[in-house]
Design a protein around this ligand. Sequence first.
Ligand code: F6R
Length: 649
Amino acid sequence: MMASDLSKTVDISYQPVGRFEDKRYEKMHTEIFPNSSIASIAVAEEIAALIRNKAERGEMAILGLATGSSPIKVYAELIRMHNEEGLSFRNVVSFNLDEYYGLKKEHRQSYWYFMQENLFGHVDILPENINLPSGMVDPEQLNQFCIDYELKIKSYGGLDFQLLGIGRTGHIGFNEPGSHRKSTTRLITLDHLTRSDAAGDFAGLDNVPRKAITMGVGTIMKANRIIMLSWGDKKAEVTRDMIEGEITGELPASFLQDHHNVTVLVDEAASAEIKRIKTPWLVGPVHWDEDLIRKAVVWLAEKESKPVLKLTDRDYNDNGMSSLIALEGSAYDLNIRMFNYLSDTITGWPGGKPNADDSRRPERAEPSKKRVLVFSPHPDDDVISMGGTLQRLAKQGHEVHVVYQTSGNIAVADHDALRFAEFALQFKAISDEDAGSKFYEKAIEMIKNKSENEVEPVELRKIKGLIRRGEAIAATRYCGIKDEFVHYLDMPFYDTGKAKKSPLSDADIKLVADIMEDIKPHQIFAAGDLADPHGTHKVCLDAIFASLAKLKNKAFMKECYVWLYRGAWQEWDVNDIEMAVPISPEELSRKRKAIFFHQSQKDGVMFQGSDHREFWQRSEDRNRGTADLYDKLGLPEYEAIEAFKRYKF
Ligand code: F6R
């Protein structure tokens, strides 16, 4: 893995998914991995090799460490190596990149706290060897503090290794756009986008600090070896700009192009915009399989602003696809084949059309009445992502079950919980049925005296969970689903009382597998957010995949189709869609009303992110957008379309 002589430039021999050899547009050594777990193990191995090599020579390993979601799995693997393989951190000196200004060490969101929770608290690093900028330095001492941090790194001979994540502004450390190539440790004002990305962890944008102390770009660039991690589709664009764009202070991560020994590790989702993945035919020779052909034809039609049937041989030849035309014979044949494929994805019968020839339809005709299991990670993903399809399935007579995987309680604001608790208390008082449990009085006290930092008390979580249950049942009822077919799993991984969730456990998987076995569905719909590396949707999906693997030999499973919808934030690319369900104007307006039932998630939700539209707006924009794309490709024009991709297990 690693050269034994550390004075030499180190290069790692990862075994990535490189689908195409040609990386000519990439200005940095980039490796793409199928997922962040595999990539994180490779990084941990390199760090462990460095630590061991240094230990053999009686030297200290000087590590620059990062926080945030990106390095979590690297740290988890290092902890495993410490526990199971005897990896010692006694010869490690660490320097963290940054800290929020104004946060005490003990604050749950401080980077000091993060490092204790995710690494230092679980390994044998000596406390005196841990260095982190302090968020509480006096303004008058700040300048000297930053100089001292730099001098301390220098006194160890500089960083042997620096781990980095990339922010969506293109920051490294907290060096936001505008940072100088030679900048050193200093106080910086955080960009709005960086703060809104952190808003979820801080339970609202208002609680996110405005400033941070960060190592400078110059400090980072002096490290002997740098590894940059980039996971998830939200990082796809900034990752492309860092790797393929020009070097600019507007995207500080691009300065890394000048580093002599940097590797960027990217998972598949974050690689989506890189040229060799997005448009490989523009980079070099490609192997044309059906997926790639579809991707290329849709891309070409969009680029040329033409319907598929109007693409010409010349369009293909001018855009790096002459080998495709050679393979297919002519643009004419290829266009018709692709047009038919796309038309066949459209169906108004998401549960299959009874008594119809189903040989070219996405779903089977038989059985004509299906048992349908719709998994919804949070209590509103079902209506947001497939509210129109849900209405059709119910109207077409299928037995539709909706299963809410988590309580969604963390996303309910205290003021809503207070409103409900006060209402319940007054209601009890007038109905004179108070059981004397003081449940609501206790809850009201708790909400009023709650400190920002603490884990949400159980009572409060219960009220918030009930709020979401009430909203969910109102919405499903409105879509035509029977009350007895609405199920709540309250998967335990979610219920930590804080934004950070526990890992998926057997207990979670059992809940999901049991309900599948109970209902024996002909169809399963699930949120297919494969890209989201840490979010609730991904964990919920992992539980479904694990359950499918467990049950795959059961007779009912062999007859079951699994359809993936995308969560609230994005849609499948047209070339990936295998079932497109048109939504009429009436259905769309009913869908909007169904989303409105989720009142606690309206008007500036707790986890808003940088997209300020409400859920119903995002959902409509997205469904109308898909319909518009189909229209532009030369297919029928609909008001809106909900899209699904089949998961074959
Ligand atoms: C963390 C840091 C930041 C993060 C970046 C990505 O110490 O300095 O640059 O690496 O914001 O954050 P995540 O990994 O949470 O997406």
